[in-house]
Design a protein around this ligand. Structure first.
Ligand SMILES: NC(=O)c1ccc[n+]([C@@H]2O[C@H](COP(=O)([O-])OP(=O)(O)OC[C@H]3O[C@@H](n4cnc5c(N)ncnc54)[C@H](OP(=O)(O)O)[C@@H]3O)[C@@H](O)[C@H]2O)c1
Length: 222
């Protein structure tokens, strides 16, 4: 069977020793300045960055590129009911350099889609289920010419990609804290797999350490 045409997916995150990407109160101050710089460098190498709706609501990120010269990229958000505020930074901040695509479901009304299109947002629909169908979305993004995507979470969106075995590469920064808390978001949330043999497996391609931080690069075992 032919594999589906999809962009190359790099999952990138900073997490604590115990695998949390935010504290129970939503504190994400995990990276240091050097790590942030490296994240921005990685952003220059992809066609698009992708995050989930909750990350937009929690952090209101610009998802822009600092420190390096570049020619911009697409910002992509998954939002099943098309509900992120129209004044979110991801909509208002430098749209000419970082065009924004919101992926939603076919359950959303044409009127609602028009509100976002009026703000120069590209809206694509993927499936009629409760949540965005990631496989349909990736095929549509590929057809739009997007060949590589930096997946920057959060934990629920990461699970949707891991569940479908869609992550080709993982770039992890482990920061020297243990924060705990069952309500603190982990790198990957969701139902999880029951058995190790069902889970996607990766090989460790690079390890770097500095200043008590560990940087890991994993590639998909094919
Ligand atoms: N440390 C780091 O590197 C890092 C990076 C990113 C985020 N974070 C943190 O992670 C937290 C947010 O993570 P989160 O897990 O709560 O949310 P998330 O993954 O950012 O967003 C999940 C939401 O996206 C929407 N969605 C639509 N289709 C989906 C699909 N097929 N699969 C999954 N989600 C889909 C759903 O909301 P609707 O159904 O309502 O649309 C879902 O609840 C924030 O605290 C943020 O700061 C940390």
């Amino acid at each position: 069977m032919k594999a589906i045409d999809k962009p190359y997916i790099i999952l990138s995150a900073a997490m604590t020793i115990d695998g949390k990407i935010a504290s129970k109160e939503g504190d994400t101050d995990i990276s240091d300045d050097r790590d942030w710089k490296e994240v921005h460098k990685l952003r220059t190498k992809v066609d698009a960055i992708l995050v989930g709706k909750n990350t937009i609501l929690a952090d209101n990120p610009k998802l822009h590129i600092k420190f390096y010269s570049h020619s911009g990229y697409f910002r992509i958000i998954v939002d099943s009911n098309l509900s992120i505020p129209l004044d979110s930074n991801v909509i208002t901040y430098q749209p000419e350099l970082y065009p924004t695509i919101i992926c939603t479901t076919e359950n959303v009304s044409i009127d609602k889609i028009s509100e976002y299109k009026a703000k120069s947002i590209e809206v694509i629909t993927s499936g009629r289920k409760e949540r965005v169908d990631i496989n349909i979305m990736l095929l549509k993004l590929y057809q739009m010419g997007i060949r590589s995507i930096l997946l920057e979470g959060g934990g629920n969106l990461n699970w949707s990609f891991i569940k479908e075995n869609l992550v080709d590469e993982i770039r992890l920064t482990i920061a020297p804290w243990i924060i705990g808390g069952q309500d603190a978001i982990s790198l990957v949330e969701g139902d999880g797999f029951s058995r190790m043999k069902d889970a996607p497996r990766y090989y460790l391609s690079k390890v770097k350490t500095r200043n008590n931080y560990v940087k890991l690069k994993f590639l998909k075992l094919t």
